[in-house]
Structures are given as C-alpha cells and as structure tokens.
Design a protein around this ligand. Structure first.
Ligand code: SF4
Length: 545
C-alpha cells in the first residue's frame, strides 16, 4: 500500500511548460531515499490545463472574435495588440478547427496565444486594477526581472514589496488566484499531508504562491508551509527582516533544499541550517547551507509527472553540477548565492541517466548546469558513449578558449546537438569589464568550431550594459553579422542590474524601501536604438527573446 505522503511539493504558476522544473523531482527522490513519502504536483501545468479546456477555449474564442469585430480595439488589449495581430488568423477558423489546431500544437499554440489566453482569464476573473493594470511591455525590461512574459497575469508587479503582497492577499476581488484555487482546491490538497513545500523560482510565482499558502493555512491551520527556490535565496537577507512574510509561511529555505527539508520534516529543527523561521516573534537567521554531496543524490523522480503534457516531448532536465566553475561575471549573482562549485562523478551521471532513460523512455536530456565547461562536456560525452544509447542533449556554456574543435566534436559525436552560449557582448572592452574571461577572437573560434562540429549555436546577448558605448554596441552587431553563418539562433535581453551581483554591490545602490523585494534594479533609462537593431538581426537569425 502506498504510504501517506508527509509533504506535498508544489510548483506554483506562472511559469512556462516546456519541461518539468527540476527542483521538485530532485527533492522528491532525495526524500524518498530517506523513506519520507512525498508527492509532487506541478500546479503550474495544472493551471495551464484548466485554461485550455474546451469550455474555456470556447469563451476565449468568442472574446478574440469580439476584438476582431471591434475596429476600436479593447483598451485592455492594447498592450497585447501586437500579439493579437500575430495570431488573428486563428480566429478566422471555425471553432472546432481553432480548438483542434490549438490542441495539436500542444494545447496552447505559442507564447502569443498564451499571453492572450492569460489576459482573457485574468479579465474574466478580476475587477479592473487601479494601480498597475496593463503595464506597457516597453517598461518591463527595466522593472521586472526575468518577467517579460505573463507579467500582467502573474501580478508580479505586486511582488516587489511586502505591503503589496499583503494588499493582494486581503483583497480577493483583486486577486484572481483565489477564485482559481477555490475551484480546484481538492486537486491541490492531499488528505492528511502535514507539510506543503512550494518552490518559487521567479517573481511570477510569488503572488500565486503566497495566495495558496494563505488558503492552505485557513483550511488546515496545523499544516506547515515551506517556501524555497531561487526567489527565496536571492532575497534571504530581506526576508530575514520581514516578519509579515511569515504570516502563512513557517519556513523559508535559503539555497540548497535537500538537507534543510529533511531536517524540517524529521523535526530536527534545532540543528537546522539555511532556514529562516519565526520563533517567539523573532526571525531565526539562517546559517551556512549544509551542502549535500551531489553523488549521494539519487536520480530525480518524475513518477508524479504527466510527462506527455509538457511542450517538449521525450526530454528531461538533469543537473550534473551546482554552482559555477567560472564564477566571476560581475553582473551575475548565481556564483555569490551558490559559491561552491561541485560536480557529479561520471559514475553518478551514468547511473542517473541510465535510470532516466529506462524509466521514462527519455531520448533527450536538457542539462541545466549553469555552465558546461570543457571537463563537463567531455565527462558527459564519455557517459553517453558508455550508455550505448542514442541520446541527444543540450546545455548552457560559455565561449571560452579550451573549447576546441576536438572537445566540441567529441560532444557532438556523443549526442550534443545544441549549446546555449552566454555571449553577452561582442566588444572586448565590455567583455573585460564584465569579467567574462574571454574575447571576441576566442568567441569566434568556438562558434565556428561548434558549428563545424554539427552543434546548433544559440547566442544570448545583453544590451545597454553599464558603460556600453555606441562603439561597443556596434562591435556586438558587427560580431553577430560576421558570424551569422555559425549562429543558429539568438536571444537578447536588456541589461538588468541583479541584486547581490558584484556590479550591484559596487554601485552601492540603497534598496528602496518601497520595493524591498525587488531583484532586478532599474538603471537610468537610456535612449538607444540597440533593441531595434537587435530585433532586426533576430528576424534574420531566428530564436527566442
Ligand atoms: S553568468 Fe554564467 S558563467 Fe558567468 S558567473 Fe554567472 S553562472 Fe557563471
């Protein structure tokens, strides 16, 4: 008989549904190793599924047609007008064809439809916002970190300070997540479960997560709520000063979650590290994380996941290392929040991948390591060759000197078909300033060699980096044009000053009390045409923004 779960691990909306997010399957398998029964629930996927039921899509279809009929575009669709124009041909289809088209495209055609579907859901479930409704997309890059998608429906603009969070938790008519959770509450809760663990990766999940915590506490006052994830880790110092955030949340796990969660669940509270909790009205501060030995981690468990429901099929995420082996880029906070680079041995990777391949019929592995350096690329290649299975894989990397043609060819021969490169700039001056540890000559060589080895190169570019002059930016454009034959796709984003990064600390920015939970800091607005220039190249090269 299946054991009653002690904890339900939940991944709240709003996020994309490309793949299952790795944090919960990894925590789940670790707890199972120590006989702690648990259950994972991808509430984000569930949310999207609810939005794309036939009944809801019927209403959505009528709503889209109304917009099409009105020559005067709805004021609440203004900011999504671009999206509407891109998808308007769908509305010309008969509903059944529209429905089938959408379902065949994995139930939501693309990002554009997704945003409109969200806006429709949001407008049908809430009264109009007084303060923040319909923030213009043009304002997003500076103010909302990693949040260009879904910002209006995730209510992330309310997640920048605890007062706004509280406001939305107290006003059900302003917060559509209440209505959503009420309609599906039995799907979310789990009988006698005494703990709920919510993983918050980005600001888009903050309001949905706090709303759920409040509802769980109201219905089951004795359950304990645990929050973890990158958002908690980034803001630990601020959370530690803010008792109001502990109203419905008993523990905030800072950094790595495995050991902390185990200790909370086994009542080992006194020896706990990297956890914030309220005791006698005071917040107990976190100590250094108790790091897990990566080779002790069992392969992630996806048994609770409906893997066919994700956009990318037959693919699973996997992490072979934590931290970053380079750890010097001045705009990045990752290496500061997780300062110890650790990696799994080839034997552990072999054991894990062998399990994933056999248990879940995986054909493609998406490595989510922060950076696959030479050693990682070679180790993974060895493992794939020992597995003697046709497996393809991809990951993130940095264009650095020791990624020679031989290294890249070996990776390619062993299934690597796609690398995402954090290129950032095509100016040596800027690369030096942000401590990228490379230069344009090296970058060109690596891109060319990877391309000739048969790997798709996706480059990620940042613009309006502090101190980036027009000359620097033009070097970036020239670089991209010069190497266009080697670049398979690109993405670009406006520079955001990351809280906790070396650059942030150097700039001595005093966080504004009104936005104490901000992670990406606005810099002075610059009037440049960088974005338009990159957009033009993007249309030529292709890729994702
Ligand atoms: S940007 Fe990437 S390579 Fe640079 S320090 Fe951060 S994680 Fe490491």
């Amino acid at each position: 008989m299946k054991k009653q779960p002690v904890i339900k691990l939940i991944f709240p909306p709003l996020w994309d549904i490309d793949l299952p997010y790795l944090s919960l399957p990894q925590l789940s398998s670790y707890l199972l190793k120590y006989n702690i029964a648990n259950n994972c629930f991808d509430l984000n996927l569930f949310f999207w599924k609810q939005l794309s039921t036939r009944k809801n899509l019927e209403k959505f279809y009528v709503w889209l047609q109304e917009i099409a009929i009105n020559s005067e575009i709805h004021t609440d669709v203004d900011i999504n007008l671009k999206n509407y124009i891109l998808v308007k041909d769908y509305v010309k289809l008969e509903f059944d064809v529209f429905f089938i088209t959408i379902m065949n495209e994995n139930h939501i055609v693309n990002e554009k439809i997704r945003e409109l579907l969200l806006l429709f859901w949001f407008n049908s479930n809430t009264k109009k916002y007084q303060r923040f409704h319909n923030v213009s997309l043009d304002d997003i890059p500076l103010y909302f970190y990693h949040d260009r998608y879904y910002f209006n429906s995730s209510l992330s603009k309310y997640a920048q300070n605890s007062k706004d969070i509280e406001f939305l938790l107290n006003d059900k008519s302003e917060n559509p997540y209440y209505k959503f959770y009420e309609s599906v509450f039995d799907n979310i809760t789990d009988g006698e479960c005494s703990f709920y663990g919510l993983s918050i990766t980005g600001i888009n999940q903050v309001i949905p997560a706090f709303t759920l915590a409040k509802m769980l506490k109201e219905k089951y006052p004795n359950v304990k709520i645990i929050f973890g994830g990158a958002w908690v880790t980034q803001l630990a110092a601020k959370i530690a000063k803010n008792p109001s955030l502990f109203k419905d949340v008993d523990y905030f796990v800072v950094g790595e979650g495995e050991k902390a969660l185990y200790k909370i669940l086994t009542g080992n509270i006194e020896v706990i590290s990297n956890v914030l909790m309220l005791k006698d009205g005071k917040i107990m501060n976190s100590k250094a994380p108790d790091y897990v030995d990566l080779d002790d981690l069992p392969p992630p468990s996806f048994i609770d996941y409906d893997l066919n429901s994700y956009d990318i099929k037959n693919t699973l995420p996997y992490q072979s290392s934590r931290g970053c082996s380079w750890g010097k880029c001045t705009y990045c906070s990752y290496h500061i929040l997780d300062p110890f680079y650790r990696k799994k041995t080839k034997e552990s990777i072999y054991r894990d991948l062998d399990t994933l391949i056999h248990k879940y019929s995986t054909e493609y592995i998406c490595f989510v390591d922060s950076e696959l350096n030479k050693e990682r690329l070679l180790s993974i290649s060895d493992v794939i060759s020992y597995l003697k299975r046709k497996i393809s894989w991809r990951g993130f990397s940095k264009l650095e000197k020791d990624l020679t043609f031989d290294v890249l060819s070996k990776a390619s021969e062993n299934g690597c078909d796609f690398l995402i490169w954090g290129m950032e700039s095509g100016s040596d001056n800027i690369l030096y300033k942000i401590r990228k540890g490379t230069n344009i000559k090296i970058m060109e060589n690596v891109l060319r060699d990877a391309h000739h080895a048969g790997i798709h190169n996706r480059v990620c570019v940042m613009y309006e980096i502090p101190e980036e002059s027009d000359t620097d930016f033009n070097h970036t454009i020239d670089f991209l044009k010069r190497n266009i034959n080697y670049i398979g796709s690109m993405s670009f984003s406006q520079f955001t000053l990351e809280f906790n990064s070396v650059m942030f600390n150097k700039m001595n920015i005093i966080p504004d009390n009104e936005n104490e939970l901000l992670i990406g800091y606005p810099l002075e607005k610059r009037e440049t045409s960088y974005r338009e220039k990159l957009e033009r190249l993007f249309l030529q090269i292709g890729g994702f923004i």
